[in-house]
Design a protein around this ligand. Sequence first.
Ligand code: HEM
Length: 401
Amino acid sequence: MKKEQTAWEVPNITSAELERDAHDAFRQHRASYPIATLQTGGYIVLRYEDVARLSSDPRLQATGTAVPVQSGITGGALFDIFQHGMLTANNHVHERRRSALSRAVASQVVSNFRSHVRHAAEALLEEGYGEGSFELGSWYATKLPALALAKMLGIPDGETPSFMLDIYEMNEFFRPHATADAIYNAEAAASRLQDYLETLVSRKWNGRADDFLSHYLTLVEADAQLSSMEVLIQIIQLIIGGTESVRTAVVAQTANLLSNPEQWKAVCADPTYVPAAVAESLRFEPGIAGVVRIAAEDIEIGESTLPAGQLVILSFMSALRDERVFQRAGSFDIFRPDLTLSNLAFGGGPHRCIADALGRAELEESLSVLTERLPNMRLTTAPVFSGHVFVRRATECWVTW
Ligand code: HEM
């Protein structure tokens, strides 16, 4: 018979525990219980098997506009992203918004994208090489994905710097601990980006070429299902998805390897270890901590229940260090046998990352270029990662060579 759930049975994870060391807090709690409540509200699912299964469970729904509304935002360019985007939509609306973009992304030749990334990575290193050291996050990890996306979207070189600045400012909204000033600037940047993309799209409507955006617009036209606002917002979601997660993952994989110098040396000596290093880093320190959903009805997990109407975080951060699935889960080890399981870092179910192949290729090229060009690189200031709900953030990561 099902046991009645009482409040004391589900552990609560305090904000202080998460601030101190979120990985450690998750480790302690998942040992005894599959879910926990958070001091800040809602539930968190901690174990690999449950997170993987629930990623495709239709009883967990995307949050629509609940997140901005909670922060008092009920209109404007940031709100549009939640109101018209695929990430926050459900069922047929989600499918309608995702379909053409997903096909356009799938048609991207991964090797072409790799060469955009490599070219951008080499140019950034060329610029910074003479300095002998740099802050990896701002110099390399932030710029690289924005440059690669600018190339993919066919943004003219002269317009790339302002496009990149707007992306950085807009993305501040999605990071943990965004301040009121950052949100104000993010709104202005999102609005400029919307205007800019509107112009870019209208140029493409009038003169199609053999490029990604033209291909996307052709698919949109054939489907005839999206409003012009929806078209712009799906491109903005591609930009957000393609920059935030990659930025943190680039810092994490470089820092994880440099903190384990024998593994850094192994990758420098044998580039065939690059994919393993990327996969292990996505497991050990994923760029997206987890995804937020709302329970549409009561969902049983073992002997406990995620109650209907509650916010639920499916925690990749916790699941990817689940001792039930990974041996020595708390150690970074690119030689481990169970690396394919780190795929969960790209999510699951209908919202699974639309561009996982491009994301992986980008991380691999970013690491290849660093190991080829700067094999003597050393970590002088290790980054600390924060954020346990959605995107994660890294403090400064200084390297020298
Ligand atoms: C390190 C690389 C990446 C990681 C770890 C990652 C992770 C994820 C995850 C976990 C989701 C699911 C979100 C959810 O279920 O709520 C997601 C969705 C998404 N990602 Fe990625 N991603 C990466 C790279 C990229 C890139 C390079 C792009 C675009 C070029 C991209 C675009 C998107 C988009 C548009 C979605 C929304 C899909 C939907 O709602 O149907 N991602 N990503």
